[in-house]
Design a protein around this ligand. Sequence first.
Ligand code: NAP
Ligand code: F7E
Length: 343
Amino acid sequence: MTKKALISGITGQDGSYLAEHLLGLGYEVHGLVRRVALEAPQKRFGRISHLLDDLILHPASLESYPSIFHVISQHNFDECYHLAAQSFVAESFADGFSTLNTNINGTHYVLAALRELRPKCRFYFAGSSEMFGNADEVPQKETTSFQPRSPYGISKVAGFHLTKNYREAYGLFCVNGILFNHESPRRGFEFVTRKTTSAVAQIKLGLASELRIGNLEAKRDWGHARDYVSAMHLMLQQEKPDDYVIASGETHSVRELCELAFGVVDLDYRDYVKVDERYYRPAEVDLLVGDAAKARKVLGWKLRVSFAELIQEMVLSDLEAYSSTTVGALSTAEAAGLSGAKP
Ligand code: NAP
Ligand code: F7E
């Protein structure tokens, strides 16, 4: 029988790759989408425009329990991937209240509706390496304690515990993926990888002259989003629900990212990158690197794309996009960080 999956956050980076992955496996794929002012489909659904004929989209918002309850009451879902969230750490400092509200209550609404209506539906929560924050061990694994450093990290710790509590208290099949940074040509422009690769493309094409950036010494464990969504699916196919770290096991600084990205087009980052303290965070996470040994062993999960391949793919994709006429239409905000808008 065809399996039915529900994805919240289907318009985001991970949602789009996961939808592709599940459609490829023969699933009937449903998505929750909220109404926004900009309804032009090519913009609004840019990441899933190539899939629209194959998806079933439902209007709902993480702010509204009735809207989530209604969608879940309509279909007998086998799997639910809860990816929707305010996902930008810097924004969580700017507006902690909305981030906590959306990320914590939104998660609770989905869990509560599943418990009420679809207790057999398997649930995936998009946990994050930001939960480790000021981690007390390197590399971080499933047993590492959480020391979050931002409202975003705090919201994900709460979501993690809600998910675990529904598993333990009500016997639902609930898993936490603890995913380290994952990127792609579909990454939002405000995140440091895409901010950098889009700037590199524009500088190379003569459309910009510099990249203003924050802390060059922060270190992250970066992988390709396509590799990471396959792990989400594997987690829901196990006999028992559990929590898993997904990471590349390598860490690189933002400086190395810049060096690599500018190097793809034979430029020296030192000629274009300007440190701008406006992009520093009130509390930084200095170093993250994950140990995905458990996922490799239990799930058979494998990382396929290296950091260098990922950054090259992103730079080349941005070069192609900015060379074409459509990109001329990208707004300054979308191309964030080249001068004005704070990412
Ligand atoms: P993303 O590109 O920012 O996508 C976020 C999604 O959430 C979008 O579809 C967005 O819809 C939706 N959303 C936000 N607020 C909503 C609301 N109030 N109601 C309904 N939908 C809402 O994020 P991503 O990179 O794909 O990440 C997916 C999930 O994994 C997030 O929970 C993120 O926190 C988590 N995560 C990401 C990473 C990473 O490195 N990418 C690592 C660990 C964990 P709109 O299109 O309407 O804005
Ligand atoms: O920052 C530093 C910044 O915004 C990475 C989200 O997907 O991954 C992501 O969160 C690092 C930080 O991602 C700039 O201070 C320097 O140390 O790309 P980012 P993030 O905060 O790690 C985790 C796992 C998630 O769960 C989140 O949803 O880069 N950095 N200069 C900068 N960052 C940005 N954005 N802009 C800069 O100019």
